[in-house]
Design a protein around this ligand. Structure first.
Ligand SMILES: *[C@@H]1O[C@H](CO)[C@@H](O)[C@H](O)[C@H]1NC(C)=O
Ligand SMILES: *[C@@H]1O[C@H](CO)[C@@H](O)[C@H](O)[C@H]1NC(C)=O
Ligand SMILES: *[C@@H]1O[C@H](CO)[C@@H](O)[C@H](O)[C@H]1NC(C)=O
Ligand SMILES: *[C@@H]1O[C@H](CO)[C@@H](O)[C@H](O)[C@H]1NC(C)=O
Ligand SMILES: *[C@@H]1O[C@H](CO)[C@@H](O)[C@H](O)[C@H]1NC(C)=O
Ligand SMILES: *[C@@H]1O[C@H](CO)[C@@H](O)[C@H](O)[C@H]1NC(C)=O
Ligand SMILES: *[C@@H]1O[C@H](CO)[C@@H](O)[C@H](O)[C@H]1NC(C)=O
Length: 409
């Protein structure tokens, strides 16, 4: 659909009514999580019990992985996966396991993607993956149509026949198109993406995609300024307003304020949650709450944090980028605001979850890698255990997902 912004408002028929139900659940959740614990504090597991939970959960999986590598089945996983039921969501809402994560470029999306692949791999979920792209499954800016699944996707996992409808998850680079996704995802799918401050997103893309090539200028800062003054971005996909582009805004509307506003309003309806790169921990805790997952489901390892030479940003450059990336700035500012509103609505339990999450995150990294991050020489499939391997990166997990879902039709 999305052939023009005039069609845009009509194309999405997703309503806000589910939000009303959500609001009810939040209120119920607040009552159960705030009022009951206040009166029955001792009923909740305390710190010491939590420790034991994490240990038994990690240890049993580790010992299992000694006997069979990379072959954990769902039920074996169930046995070892029993911690953290104290949070309010799982008892009051049900896990959402049909999820589209629109992976934007240079925003920390790979880290979120890994969370999705880990979650779905363990639970035998079917992913949207480009059949001919064994490396990462991406479509990037290729346009999807309702015929795309049969022509280009891997079929669903284990249905006996070849089926191309009813996928559980998507976590690839692909341009967001709600209507098209709805035609092949399961009903009730949640839509999620991540945004980053457009100034730093462009700085990162400029270096990563070598956008400076062929641009005049002695220093990298000069080149960036000249790049924005020129028009080579017109035939490059990753330069200008890259996040808006990933979410479906057409290049011809980049300077059209009204169209950009319509676009943002429509996204507001279509997306269930927009994560913000600058607040990563808060983002994944919100993700767990939105999807009714446990905190351990969203433990992550930072991926692709590159220390390559990036332009230094003085105030002139900063201003220029904000003008150049105007649509992205509007998009980001809007969703940064809704992000904080959303957190406010969560109530005080959110901050407790965040604190627990940070402990769990650190604990997992130490357990697996003896440090707060993965050592650079860590080789997936060789070190430690299956359990820890799942924290080593999207591409490693992707390979397993691809292999399992691959079938000739
Ligand atoms: C995991 O356990 C739950 C609850 O006991 C059960 O409903 C589910 O089918 C199990 N999943 C697998 C893959 O065995
Ligand atoms: C995953 O997709 C399959 C096929 O459409 C469906 O049968 C199954 O219920 C989905 N799983 C979940 C957890 O929704
Ligand atoms: C990324 O790496 C830089 C140093 O290369 C470090 O200062 C920064 O904290 C890292 N960011 C994250 C989110 O780990
Ligand atoms: C995001 O919004 C918060 C709350 O309004 C604000 O304090 C913060 O500066 C914003 N972050 C960025 C990177 O703009
Ligand atoms: C992270 O875990 C390690 C090892 O258990 C511990 O020494 C360290 O103090 C923890 N750091 C934080 C910030 O919790
Ligand atoms: C963990 O790291 C510390 C300090 O970096 C080191 O002394 C210790 O031997 C390491 N432990 C293991 C089990 O590798
Ligand atoms: C991981 O395994 C590789 C290959 O066996 C080895 O070279 C490397 O030192 C190991 N790294 C850690 C952190 O154990």
């Amino acid at each position: 659909m999305y052939r023009g912004a005039s069609l845009y408002l009509e194309s999405g028929s997703k309503s806000k009514t589910s939000e009303e139900t959500n609001r009810f659940v939040y209120i119920l959740c607040a009552v159960v999580c705030v009022l009951i614990p206040l009166s029955l504090r001792t009923v909740l597991p305390n710190e010491a019990e939590l420790e034991i939970d994490v240990k038994s959960w990690v240890t049993s999986e580790d010992s299992h992985s000694l006997t069979s590598r990379h072959t954990l089945t769902g039920s074996q996983f169930n046995q070892s996966y029993n911690g953290f039921q104290y949070k309010c969501q799982p008892s009051i809402c049900s896990r959402q396991e049909n999820v589209v994560f629109i992976k934007t470029h240079k925003t920390g999306g790979t880290t979120v993607q890994s969370i999705m692949y880990r979650y779905g791999y363990i639970r035998d979920l079917s992913f949207v993956i480009r059949r001919t792209n064994e490396k990462n499954g991406h479509f990037r800016h290729m346009e999807l149509t309702k015929d795309s699944p049969k022509k280009m996707f891997l079929p669903l996992l284990d249905t006996g026949t070849c089926s191309f409808r009813g996928y559980n998850m998507s976590a690839i680079h692909v341009v967001h198109n709600w209507e098209i996704f709805e035609s092949f995802m399961n009903p009730g799918t949640k839509y999620i993406t991540i945004l980053r401050d457009p100034v730093f997103q462009l700085r990162s893309a400029f270096v990563f995609f070598s956008l400076y090539k062929g641009v005049r200028g002695i220093t990298i800062e000069n080149k960036l300024l000249n790049y924005m003054r020129g028009n080579s971005w017109k035939w490059q996909v990753y330069g200008k307003n890259s996040q808006s582009k990933d979410l479906g805004l057409k290049t011809e509307y980049f300077e059209d304020e009204a169209k950009i506003k319509l676009f943002i309003n429509q996204l507001d309806i279509e997306l269930d949650l927009v994560l913000i790169h600058e607040y990563f921990d808060e983002s994944v805790v919100l993700l767990a709450r939105e999807l009714c997952w446990n905190l351990e489901d969203v433990v992550f390892t930072i991926e692709n944090n590159r220390s390559n030479h990036k332009p230094n940003l003085d105030s002139e450059l900063l201003d220029s980028i904000r003008k150049f990336n105007h649509a992205d700035v509007l998009l980001y500012d809007h969703f940064n605001q809704t992000f904080w509103k959303r957190i406010e609505q969560q109530g005080p339990m959110f901050w407790r979850d965040l604190e627990e999450f940070r402990k769990l995150q650190n604990k997992t990294m130490y357990k697996c890698f003896n440090s707060s991050t993965i050592p650079e020489d860590y080789v997936s499939g060789h070190n430690i255990s299956d359990y820890c391997d799942r924290y080593t990166g999207g591409l490693y997990l992707f390979k397993n997902v691809y292999k399992r879902q691959h079938k000739t039709c």
